[in-house]
Ligand binder design. Structure first.
Ligand code: GAR
Length: 195
């Protein structure tokens, strides 16, 4: 492997627990990635505190400062390029992305989603899985393509749905798996991109 590492731009909007899981993974010298930038579209995103505590470069690009999606996305793109990152990691980044932006990072943008894709794209995944009486739920890390919550799957992890589960209890069980799935996916992506 040598010293060659992926440089991640991690994009967040909120809590940042997946960012934290990636930071913990990066603390291992042997992990094939380091974080070059943490970008949030919300100045109040709690996840920024992890980034500051870990002395990672952070930037806020507030979507409300832009007239349309494309100009916001291009500002985000410019920050990623400036950081030197070569893999964009969406970690609870709750913005719909323009195809123009997505197509600037072919094979170099990944997302984590709290369902077993292709089931339950979009929001409220756990409530919908419970309403449908599913016996299993889970999370998916996938390459980002212009169509939302689609694109080739890199890692999927499953959990059982238990009697009495609420969207919150199921969500916690899934989130634990997300924190294992994202570092695992970055290792897999690194194997192909660092060849
Ligand atoms: C995670 O559950 C992630 O899968 C989900 O948002 C949460 C972010 O949590 N992402 C999506 O729903 C994307 N459509 P975190 O901020 O603690 O990482």
């Amino acid at each position: 492997m040598g010293v060659n590492k992926l440089k991640l731009a991690v994009l967040i909007s909120g809590r940042g627990s997946n960012l934290k899981a990636l930071m913990d993974a990066c603390a291992d010298e042997a992990f094939p990635a380091k974080i070059a930038l943490v970008l949030s579209n919300r100045a109040e995103a709690e996840g920024l505190k992890f980034a500051l505590a870990g002395e990672l470069p952070t930037v806020v690009v507030n979507h409300k400062d832009f007239p349309d999606r494309l100009s916001f996305d291009m500002a985000v793109h410019a920050e990623i390029v400036k950081s030197g990152a070569n893999l964009v990691v969406l970690a609870g980044f709750m913005r719909i992305l323009t195809p123009e932006f997505v197509n600037l990072w072919p094979g170099r943008m990944i997302n984590i989603h709290p369902s077993l894709l292709p089931d339950y794209k979009g929001l409220d995944t756990h409530a919908r899985a419970l309403a449908d009486g599913q016996s299993e739920a889970g999370c998916t890390v996938h390459y980002v393509v212009p169509e939302m919550d689609s694109g080739p799957i890199i890692v999927q992890k499953r959990v059982p749905v238990l009697p009495g589960d609420t969207p919150d209890t199921l969500g916690e069980r899934v989130l634990e798996q997300e924190h294992a799935a994202y570092p695992e996916a970055v290792r897999i992506v690194a194997r192909s991109l660092l060849k």
